[in-house]
Write a protein that binds this ligand. Structure first.
Ligand code: KG4
Ligand code: ZN
Length: 332
């Protein structure tokens, strides 16, 4: 079964062909990061316009690299939410046009389900039940996944997403957008104990996160001491990164304990973070929970994860018609 996945929910224009919901025959991502970087964040109107320019070449490239023609596809999957309305509409319009022209079935995919199922492309992937932490620029939510298509929210952030905190702190420090990778690289040379940044919502009764206080602590630190350079900058990044990874992994392991989960998946852009991956492995090992980490390129937005989720939904009988619309705040 061949599924074409199309993703345009934020600032990557992406398309991929996936076989049997498990094997990526191609995975093409055209990132707009350079366009948005000078503004320090994603400008929705610029995102939509650039999706319009990139979407057809990216789909063509995905089909060419997979050596698959439109006729050979079994299903066309497209992200229909959550995300930026205008950006989502570009992918949707193209997917609907292709479905109409080819007579192929169409499936609308939730972007978060895409992140959760990206691990299916790894050789070693869990079957449900498992817990999945989606940790990205827009979301920080822990889900219980008893079966594909069933997602129960166990906890979420009460304010900023973890990736958003990375991006805002990077901005305070004069580092480029998106801030996750530059902070991660500097943090690896720093001392995580240099600055005692706070952990919010420490109670064992609460499975939620809060990152806005941490961001404000970094702001106060910079207002008091100035923006550090050299080793000081690395130490600040390491201390911030430790606070994020500690908070994320503590609550995830608490969730795993409460749910009696034996398998855990981390996904979304922040799941590429070196310290989060390391600490999650340590704590999962200590708790006897099997941890699955997608390769880093599958953590950030891509079309293959949308094709996987689309293929799974297609198998369950999910179909969309040409009235499929963007749902910018679609909850999983
Ligand atoms: O999943 P994604 O590509 O897009 C969303 O759906 O949001 O995630 C992007 C986010 C950005 O906030 C970026 O700073 C963060 O993932 N990110 C990282 C790392 N790589 C990307 N955060 C921490 N460490 C990283 N290595
Ligand atoms: Zn994403």
């Amino acid at each position: 079964m061949l599924c074409l996945g199309i993703e345009t929910s934020c600032d990557e224009t992406a398309a991929a062909v996936v076989r049997d919901g498990r094997v990526a025959l191609s995975d093409v991502v055209s990132t707009q990061i350079d366009i948005h970087r000078r503004w320090g964040g994603v400008i929705p109107e610029l995102a939509s316009r650039n999706h319009v320019i990139q979407v057809m070449p990216v789909i063509d490239e995905a089909l060419t690299r997979a050596q698959v023609t439109l006729d050979q596809l079994d299903v066309i999957a497209v992200t229909s939410g959550p995300g930026l309305q205008g950006a989502l509409l570009v992918g949707l319009q193209v997917a609907k046009s292709l479905a109409l022209a080819t007579g192929k079935p169409l499936v609308g995919v939730n972007h978060l389900e895409g992140h959760l199922l990206a691990i299916r492309l790894a050789a070693d992937a869990p079957e449900p039940p498992f817990l999945g932490l989606v940790v990205s620029g827009g979301h920080t939510t822990l889900y219980e996944v008893p079966a594909f298509g069933t997602y129960k929210k166990l906890g979420t952030t009460r304010d900023d997403a973890a990736g958003e905190a990375y991006d805002k702190v990077a901005r305070l420090l004069g580092l480029p957008y998106p801030g996750g990778q530059p902070i991660d690289e500097l943090a690896q040379k720093g001392d995580p104990k240099a600055i005692a940044f706070p952990r919010a919502l420490k109670s064992h009764e609460v499975l939620d996160w809060s990152f806005s206080g941490l961001k404000t602590s970094v702001l106060h630190h910079v207002q008091t001491h100035g923006v550090p350079t050299g080793q000081g900058l690395a130490d600040l990044c390491a201390s911030f990164q430790e606070a994020v990874a500690d908070a994320l992994t503590k609550k995830v392991m608490l969730g795993a304990k409460k749910a009696g989960a034996k398998q855990l998946v981390l996904c979304g852009g922040v799941a590429a973070n070196s310290r989060l991956r390391g600490l999650a492995q340590e704590r999962a090992d200590a708790a006897g929970v099997r941890l699955y980490l997608p390769p880093k390129r599958l953590c950030t937005d891509n079309g293959a994860m949308i094709a996987v989720a689309g293929a799974e939904a297609f198998k369950r009988g999910v179909r969309a018609d040409l009235s499929l619309n963007a749902d910018p705040s679609w909850r999983l």
